[in-house]
Design a protein around this ligand. Structure first.
Ligand SMILES: *Cc1c(COP(=O)(O)O)cnc(C)c1O
Length: 383
């Protein structure tokens, strides 16, 4: 999680605060691992823009990946313009006014329901490969917020609803059921699909296995993924596509923040120039506890603090952390693994300044501030 962080520490005081820092060399290593996984398995691998859309890095990623997965016309445009390879579209629903643009921008377009497949597929051009999302009703994700197979889910069509036939004009199926999981979860899910949806697999020429594959984690079993993919190819003649988001930018970046004040209420509280709700919303949504460089759990080191953010939300609290030295105003903290689902989800809630975006290279070490945000960025989202 803190690879190359010692190089980052050397330039910590020169960075704008707050800022997201992405290490291009770590990102390229992830992309190389994904390209190896693609070569070993024969699956195409796309970047799901939902998780990571830092387009200044797309020239690196597009060397290794086959394209992007987009869920809106804006994501599809960004992918088409900045990535320059295949664009695969899926959204929980398309407005009729958006369909023409999605069809024009996308190589593959996936419908979420039988009703949209039936109503809209005839309006798509013959060169767009059309698919439909299935819900295999096989849950691997424990957190309901992230489980597309939870009871009553609006995502995808349950297998029984197909009556064993793909709709007219549909050539492939899409499935997205995983979140931060290994190849064993993929294997079980594909097994469930094969048991329930064999006729649909036989009618398809491609399958998109969605995201949630933690391929760039050290312990990911790429050989197992390759065997699952290989069997889908051998048994059904399918082209196989994966579209991870998180795995592409996993452990490639940090959020740098500065301490603005230290107060006390039943214990020391440090207020940071960042925010859980505005700059790292998954901390509250997932929820999870981000790692901080040189910090421990509450009570583990000598000085324990509650770390809070700059918004007026009472619950804008990152958590309790302990440090060897007492914190003081102006100290900087480095939050780990903050490249994905951070800058794509942040907000200007309360007018809190958005973190700058920085590209970092551990050689030398050097950095470039790619983007700073200003009052106009806040104002222009309002009227
Ligand atoms: C979120 C999502 C992804 C990417 O998921 P990760 O967990 O970031 O790998 C891929 N496809 C679809 C349809 C998604 O909703």
């Amino acid at each position: 999680m803190f690879k190359t962080v010692s190089a980052l520490e050397e330039i910590l005081g020169e960075l704008p605060s707050p800022c997201y820092v992405v290490d291009k060399s770590l990102l390229e290593k992830n992309a190389q691992k994904l390209a190896e996984c693609s070569a070993q398995s024969g699956a195409k691998i796309l970047l799901a823009l939902k998780g990571f859309s830092m387009w200044s890095t797309f020239p690196i990623l597009s060397k290794y990946l086959d394209g992007v997965a987009a869920s809106s016309p804006w994501e599809a445009r960004l992918g088409r313009q900045e990535f320059g390879k295949e664009v695969h579209g899926y959204a929980p629903a398309y407005k009729e006014s958006e369909l023409e643009e999605m069809d024009r921008l996308c190589d593959h377009l996936v419908f979420n329901s039988l009703s949209q497949a039936e109503a809209l597929s005839r309006h798509c051009s013959s060169s767009t490969r059309l698919g439909i999302r299935v819900n295999p009703e096989h849950s691997e994700v424990a957190t309901a917020l992230y489980d597309p197979c939870a009871p009553g889910s609006r995502l995808g069509v349950t297998i029984g609803a197909f009556k064993e036939r793909l709709p007219e004009g549909i050539s492939g199926i899409h499935m997205h059921t995983l979140c931060e999981l290994g190849a064993d979860a993929l294997e079980r899910t594909v097994l469930a699909l094969r048991e329930k949806a064999n006729p649909l697999l036989e009618q398809s020429s491609w399958i998109n296995l969605g995201g949630g594959h933690h391929i760039t984690r050290d312990d990911y079993d790429v050989a197992k993924l390759a065997s699952v993919v290989g069997r889908l190819k051998d048994d059904f003649g399918l082209e196989v596509i994966l579209e991870p988001g998180e795995a592409i930018a996993l452990n490639t970046g940090w959020l740098v923040s500065e301490i603005v004040d230290i107060t006390n209420n039943n214990g020391p509280i440090a207020i940071l120039d960042t925010s859980a709700t505005a700059h790292m919303p998954d901390v509250l949504e997932m929820p999870y506890r981000p790692q901080i460089w040189n910090a421990g759990a509450a009570g583990e080191k000598k000085h324990t603090y509650v770390l809070g953010g700059m918004t007026c939300l009472a619950g804008d609290v990152i958590g309790e952390y302990s440090f060897d030295e007492a914190l003081k105003v102006g100290d900087r903290l480095i939050f780990g693994d903050m490249a994905h689902y951070s800058m794509v989800k942040n907000t200007t809630f309360n007018g809190v300044q958005l973190p700058a975006i920085v590209e970092f290279s551990p050689i030398s070490p050097s950095f470039e501030v790619i983007r700073r945000f200003h009052y106009d960025d806040f104002r222009n989202r309002l009227s």
